[in-house]
Write a protein that binds this ligand. Structure first.
Ligand code: GLU
Length: 466
């Protein structure tokens, strides 16, 4: 493959908020497709909505891409830094007759649409400023900044073979003369996107299927420019648990929220990739496997449904595999966020090792491990059920034994065994009250292993029940 044919993909977020899960998934497909083919992946910032675009949002988007490991070969390219190039192309199109200035005022256009509605017609731009052979255009009004419109062909079809949806055909009669530049000289999305995809040599465009209706205009602009067409793949939306489009109102939709919620980036990547794409029955795969497998086929045609329980399951699998040291660093950050400071990651590592099998997120892990650093508050119910008067003498004698035991799992285990024998008790009768008092809850992993990770004095203090 020559470099002229190098696969080039891009993600083109509008910087008006966090990186949305849907955009992250499209970025992931674009990235994986480029990596699979040894091509290049570009980050473009579509900031032409000046009022809503912020640098803070750009920073958040880049941080989330970095967190997910979606490295780009070029960018960020900012559209607002390319205005000169857009103006140049607009001028060429006007000269070539594929675009034209339209001086109709908003009021005039409203009146036009009103009249169309009154006649029972579908509203559309009636082409009053569209140049035609032999047509006399209205006189140019003074002091009016025109918009520029695409002179869309009136005849024929626009057809493309969508990488996800298959062949799509739209008749040009259904498409208006789109505004491609606003009166203030800023291009509209459909125009800037084409000039950029052309200039950047983009060969494959993956994006959300809310853009399907834009694609015929874009194809017509590519054609008007004599530019080669990329291939398009429109990925269906992600639906929430309730079958409605995933939106802020229905829970977390930003990548950042999941980072903060204790998900691992490789789990997120795995889950997002699988949501709308499959490789046989594989549910768990590495980033390398994804790149090896992702050739643009097997993208689902129907919308994927967000499944929080499945994501939690996927994350749990990655947490199990993660090293204790890595989890310790993540849990330390979680605990710091709760005001628990000065924790040595080295002390946390064995705790992570002991508890990671039962956690779906590092937040849950931090929930467990906070008992090692913060006083626990057992519920009245648990205290009444387990810390009974009958067991208090045994707890007291366990305390005494623990004050002298070797402070490791075996030594603690031996202290329990001796206490059980001396008081004719079974393990749960002693272990449950110890758990409630020391850990604040009646279920934990093996109690000797749990206690060994506490300071001895802390355990003795928590066992003091009178
Ligand atoms: N800025 C557009 C969006 O965020 C990009 C769409 C495209 O990829 O063409 O939806």
């Amino acid at each position: 493959m020559t470099s002229a044919h190098k696969i080039r993909t891009r993600i083109a977020p509008s910087p008006t908020g966090f990186l949305h899960l849907g955009t992250a998934r499209t970025a992931l497909y674009s990235w994986a497709y480029a990596r699979h083919h040894g091509g290049e992946f570009v980050l473009r910032i579509e900031d032409t909505d000046v009022a809503r675009s912020t640098q803070d949002s750009v920073d958040q988007i880049m941080a989330s891409m970095h967190w997910l490991g979606l490295d780009y070969d070029e960018g960020p390219v900012y559209q607002m830094q390319r205005l000169g190039r857009y103006h140049e192309v607009i001028a060429q199109m006007i000269a070539a007759g594929t675009a034209y200035r339209c001086y109709s005022s908003p009021d005039e256009l409203d009146a036009m649409r009103e009249a169309q509605r009154a006649r029972g017609e579908k509203t559309h731009y009636d082409g009053r400023w569209r140049p035609e052979p032999g047509k006399t255009l209205p006189p140019v009004p003074e002091g009016v900044q025109p918009v520029v419109r695409l002179r869309n062909p009136k005849e024929g079809d626009v057809t493309w073979d969508d990488l996800v949806k298959g062949p799509i055909t739209i008749n040009n009669r259904e498409i208006d003369d789109l505004i491609i530049q606003r009166p203030d000289g800023v291009p509209t999305y459909n125009f800037a996107v084409v000039v950029d995809d052309w200039d950047m040599g983009i060969t494959h465009v993956f994006r959300g299927d809310e853009h399907v209706n834009n694609t015929p205009w874009q194809i017509n602009i590519f054609r008007a420019l004599g530019a080669p067409l990329p291939k398009f793949g429109h990925v269906p939306v992600i639906l929430g648990d309730d079958g409605q489009k995933l939106s802020k109102r229905r829970g977390a939709v930003s990548v950042t929220a999941y980072e903060e919620g204790g998900y691992l980036p490789e789990a997120m990547l795995n889950y997002l990739a699988r949501l709308g794409w499959s490789h046989g029955d594989e549910e768990l795969f590495s980033r390398e496997q994804l790149v090896a497998w992702f050739d643009g086929s097997h993208l689902a045609k129907s919308p994927a449904q967000w499944d929080a329980a499945k994501l939690a399951w996927v994350n749990a699998q990655y947490i199990k595999q993660a090293s204790d040291e890595r989890l310790a660093g993540l849990v330390a950050t979680q605990l710091q966020g709760r005001g628990v400071n000065g924790i040595e990651a080295a002390a946390l590592a064995p705790m992570c090792g002991l508890f990671k099998d039962r956690c779906s997120t590092t937040v849950e892990l931090a929930d467990w491990l906070s008992m090692y650093f913060v006083a626990v508050e057992p519920s009245a119910e648990d205290l009444a059920a387990h810390v009974t008067d009958a067991v208090r003498p045994a707890l007291e004698s366990l305390r005494e034994r623990l004050s002298e035991a070797a402070w490791d799992k075996a030594g603690i285990g031996a202290a329990f065994k001796e206490t059980l024998a001396a008081h004719q008790l079974k393990m749960p009768q002693l272990a449950l009250p110890v758990r409630v008092l020391v850990c604040g809850r009646p279920q934990t992993p093996s109690i000797d292993a749990v206690l060994a990770l506490f300071q001895r004095d802390e355990v003795l203090a928590r066992l003091r029940t009178v």
